[in-house]
Design a protein around this ligand. Structure first.
Ligand code: SF4
Length: 242
């Protein structure tokens, strides 16, 4: 395995394949197998049934460092009480705290209230699609901006988080650590692998593969993984157990 800190230029992104750490992946095969798996396995959540930017933005803020099962009831109540930016901007901070309080991370509740005021004040109550505009909002990280751009506006942003980095690292046999999601080399690999024609389906599939198959706290379930044919780690693990 090569060092994660290698210069990003050493990840050679070729037209027909993506190469890093001495391992080459057929990008088109990777995408088509992942998308085929996603058709049957991508999970359904209320925020995945909409492309409304405000709902996506609120869901992504709530999901930050928080379990989906905690977010579900809070999100559904939140959207009923504050169905759009204007309603949220009119609401008292106390009422927003009352709804989001069960999620913890109370600092983000104030950020949500600040965000609503900012959206009304600077963007006419609409969530912008421009990356820099999104990043200028209180509480919007690079990941949240990319998620809103991809899932609401259909833009081909690659989503890079600890789960997707773990998968990509294992596929190429590259070591990862928590800071790897900010590593340029991993970002380049995510961009090179992304399906630009179906970015939302691709990103949902990759995220859910990390929750259902290429696990974090338990051993990855390579035997049933759609990416096994592309994966350096999967090939090594199955060779050892064969
Ligand atoms: S083959 Fe195994 S290690 Fe590779 S991506 Fe799939 S589950 Fe993860």
């Amino acid at each position: 395995m090569s060092s994660e800190e290698d210069h990003p230029d050493r990840s050679q992104i070729a037209h027909e394949g993506v190469e890093a750490g001495g391992h080459r992946v057929d990008a088109q095969g990777f995408r088509s197998r992942l998308l085929a798996w996603g058709r049957d396995h991508v999970r359904s959540f209320p925020w995945r049934e909409t492309d409304e930017p405000y709902r996506l933005l609120m869901a992504e803020v709530m999901l930050h460092r928080t379990q989906v099962r905690q977010v579900l009831p809070v999100y559904e109540r939140f959207i009923v009480l504050f169905p759009d930016v204007a309603a949220l901007a009119r609401a008292s901070r106390e009422s927003v705290h009352a709804v989001m309080g069960p999620l913890g991370l109370h600092w983000r509740i104030d950020l949500v209230a600040d965000m609503a005021a900012d959206l009304v004040g600077r963007f006419g109550g609409r969530v912008p699609s421009d990356r820099e505009a999104l990043l200028s909002l209180p509480g919007v990280s690079d990941y949240i901006a990319s998620a809103v751009r991809c899932f609401s506006f259909g833009l081909d942003d690659a989503l890079v988080d600890t789960n997707t980095v773990r998968i990509v690292g294992r596929v190429f046999g590259l070591p990862t650590k928590p800071s790897s999601r900010r590593n340029r080399r991993f970002r380049d690999l995510h961009v090179a692998l992304l399906d630009r024609e179906r970015p939302a389906d691709y990103n949902y599939s990759l995220l859910d593969l990390g929750h259902l198959v290429c696990l974090s706290r338990r051993a990855p379930e390579c035997e049933r993984c759609p990416l096994l044919a592309s994966c350096a780690t999967g090939a090594a693990r199955l060779a050892v157990t064969a």
